[in-house]
Design a protein around this ligand. Structure first.
Ligand SMILES: Nc1nc2c(ncn2[C@@H]2O[C@H](COP(=O)(O)OP(=O)(O)OP(=O)(O)O)[C@@H](O)[C@H]2O)c(=O)[nH]1
Length: 353
């Protein structure tokens, strides 16, 4: 596969708490797109699901036998899922090749993930999969929330905190899908996200919660997050809201291309430059030392056969540079969120004037 960035398919990583309706959402989205003549490419990454109710183009269960993994490595159910996903991640280049073959004819690729959300979001394999996809294709996180369970303001807040932690970890454009609106309307959630006083009033009315003060403070902190995030209400049971969801995908894809991709490339370049400058500095220092007659033997041993910073000191410094890179990435990301916030504010000011 070539290293050039692709315009399509847009990859949707569907994440959410167990029972939020991820699989039903993927099933409905697949049929919705197929009915429009735009059948998606669907990948099941849940090794432990009994059956997949949509036509999966790639199914992790065809590659890894979850029960066998549990037996062979003497693992419990969660360990079995993590290990299965790790084993699958080692073959992810094959998934990329298959995706590449279909890229001319497929607009959307959907990835259904395990119900144990942390298996994907906090495992090395989850990061590898997300980063590999995002390096080549526009990649978005679709966070499915159970609207019925989120009528309590404190439960709603817990779910949102989880969403923030995923955004922070995966650093990709994000869409929140409030699912099951055929049972309960999602208007209350939208209101809570747009108006702090409405959320505060709901907290005051909720006599069952003991940690309302924390939820109140969190709500103020999350204000920034709410402003940068797209939220759509859907029913995976009836199909309501799916056109709105596709409109949100188009906007998030533009955001990926205009903001995330250049930022990602800038940071990679920074990292590469940092490393090569450090090497250059080190070589110059060694050369000077050698010129002054000190350590010439060492210099020759290390450099005569074309080796460079493969010694321990070089590796340590590379590790330090990686850490610096992470800090820069983190700071730039915060800056990026600030800029996003300003953009959104000026947009809404323009709209209201
Ligand atoms: N009424 C209604 N029920 C839904 C909707 N979406 C999902 N469900 C139901 O919610 C339950 C859980 O749905 P799943 O799609 O299995 O949820 P999941 O997130 O994939 O579950 P895990 O695989 O355990 O993580 C099932 O009984 C679904 O029928 C919806 O939009 N409306």
């Amino acid at each position: 596969m070539s290293t050039e960035k692709k315009e399509k398919p847009v990859c949707l990583l569907v994440l959410g708490m167990a029972g939020s309706g991820k699989t039903t959402f993927v099933q409905r989205l697949t049929s919705h797109l197929t009915a429009k003549g735009k059948a998606p490419y669907v990948i099941n990454l849940d090794p432990a699901c009994r059956e997949v109710p949509y036509p999966a183009n790639i199914d992790i269960r065809d590659t890894v036998n979850y029960k066998e993994v549990m037996k062979q490595y003497t693992l419990g159910p969660n360990g079995g899922i993590v290990t299965s996903l790790n084993l699958f991640a080692t073959k992810f280049d094959q998934v990329m090749k298959l995706l590449d073959k279909r890229s001319a004819t497929t607009d959307i690729a959907i990835f259904d993930t395990p119900g144990q959300i942390e298996v994907f979001t906090w495992s090395a394999s989850g990061s590898i999969i997300a980063e590999t996809l995002a390096a080549f294709y526009p990649t978005l996180v679709v966070y499915v929330m159970d609207t019925v369970r989120s009528v309590s303001p404190v439960t709603f807040m817990s779910n949102m905190l989880y969403a923030v932690s995923i955004l922070y970890k995966l650093k990709l454009p994000f869409i929140i899908v409030l699912n099951k609106i055929d049972i309960v309307s999602h208007q209350h959630a939208l209101e809570w996200m747009q108006d702090y006083t409405a959320f505060d009033a709901a907290l005051n009315a909720d006599e069952t919660s003991y940690n309302v003060n924390l939820a109140r403070s969190m709500s103020l902190v999350l204000d920034e997050f709410y402003e940068t995030i797209r939220t759509v209400g859907v029913s995976s049971a009836t199909g309501e809201g799916f056109d709105d969801f596709l409109a949100a995908v188009t906007l998030a894809e533009t955001e990926y291309k205009e903001d995330y991709r250049p930022e990602h490339e800038r940071l990679l370049k920074l990292q590469a430059e940092g490393k090569s400058k450090e090497r250059e500095k080190k070589n110059t220092a060694m050369f000077t030392k050698d010129y002054q007659g000190e350590g010439s033997e060492i210099f020759l041993r290390n450099h005569a056969v074309g080796g460079d910073s493969s010694d321990d000191e070089g590796e340590e410094r590379e590790a330090e540079l990686d850490d610096e890179y992470d800090v820069q990435k983190h700071q730039s990301f915060r800056q990026f969120l600030e800029e996003q916030k300003k953009k959104q504010l000026s947009k809404s000011n323009n709209a209201s004037s």
